[in-house]
Design a protein around this ligand. Structure first.
Ligand SMILES: [Mn+2]
Length: 290
């Protein structure tokens, strides 16, 4: 069965929160994988990284790493210095993940987040620039055995890849065996005509997978996402990677602002209880496809 994970942002309102505090909690809620902030880990001291790695090993938890590049290091920037900064940072990220024994770097690692097309900008020109930047950055990921997974997100967050087909086209253009696609059911629900069809079309290009309801609640039986269809398609393409839920229920702070959580979706419920139930639900659904 695929390892089941959760994104650390579920428990915090700060992107730079120390991931160490969520290791035992994720394990207690029944997860195999904790997705943590790649830039945070990259900027840690060696001793902090060693402590984090040690805690995960003791808990029997694996890490995946997500990133939303900032505007000052956008690979599609007009400014050459910003592009170079982005490439250098992505190379540092790959080295940091490698030092942790990790293999998955995923997210908006090809431009910045959030990012719209500005007046006068041409999508094709910016995409070509992103391909050029990723081709350079990914050399280090290749050396480090890290998959460079480009996340396909909805139109309100990024302009470049809104559908799986666009993600696959991008990865093909990059042309590296380490360039893969990250699909996320929250975004797919908005943009795709066919949820299983787009997974099947992505096929071997799928490197990572995010789970979320249409309102970013944790996956559950009270759902508008057809989970049997989604998990069935993952099974059909023989996807062996992690399925990581990325729920956000609490407004406020950086995370609430950046994710656009403007109301309390948790109410009187308990975060850990919700996560635990969701992990159980996902495993039950996955087991039906085996
Ligand atoms: Mn996602």
């Amino acid at each position: 069965m695929n390892p089941v994970g959760i994104h650390f942002g579920y428990w915090t309102q700060t992107w730079s929160a120390d991931p160490l505090q969520f290791v035992a909690r994720a394990k207690r809620c029944g997860f195999d994988v904790l997705e943590i902030n790649a830039p945070k880990v990259t900027r840690m001291r060696d001793s902090e990284r060693a402590a984090l790695k040690d805690a995960a090993e003791k808990a029997g938890l694996a890490f995946t790493y997500s990133i939303g590049m900032t505007a000052d290091m956008d690979l599609v920037s007009e400014d050459v210095a910003s592009r170079k900064k982005g490439i250098a940072f992505l190379q540092e990220v790959a080295r940091a993940i490698h030092s942790m024994g990790g293999t998955v770097m995923a997210g908006i690692n090809y431009s910045s987040w959030p990012r719209k097309l500005l007046p006068g900008e041409d999508k094709q020109i910016l995409t070509d620039r992103a391909v050029e930047g990723v081709r350079e950055a990914i050399k280090t990921a290749e050396d480090c055995g890290v998959l460079f997974c480009v996340e396909v997100v909805n139109r309100f967050e990024q302009f470049m890849m809104n559908t799986a087909a666009e993600g696959v086209a991008f990865a093909k253009q990059v042309g590296s065996p380490n360039c893969k696609v990250l699909l996320d059911t929250f975004h797919m629900n908005i943009e795709e005509d066919d949820l299983s069809g787009c997974i099947l079309e992505t096929g071997d290009y799928l490197g990572h997978f995010h789970l979320g309801e249409s309102n970013r609640r944790p996956p559950s039986a009270h759902s508008r996402i057809p989970w049997p269809e989604v998990f069935g398609a993952l099974r059909q393409i023989n996807y062996k990677g992690a399925v990581v839920m990325e729920p956000f229920l609490v407004p406020g702070g950086e995370v609430g602002r950046d994710i656009s959580v403007f109301r309390d979706l948790l109410g009187s419920k308990d975060l850990d209880e919700q996560a635990t139930h969701s992990a159980e639900f996902v495993r039950t659904e996955l087991s039906k496809t085996q």
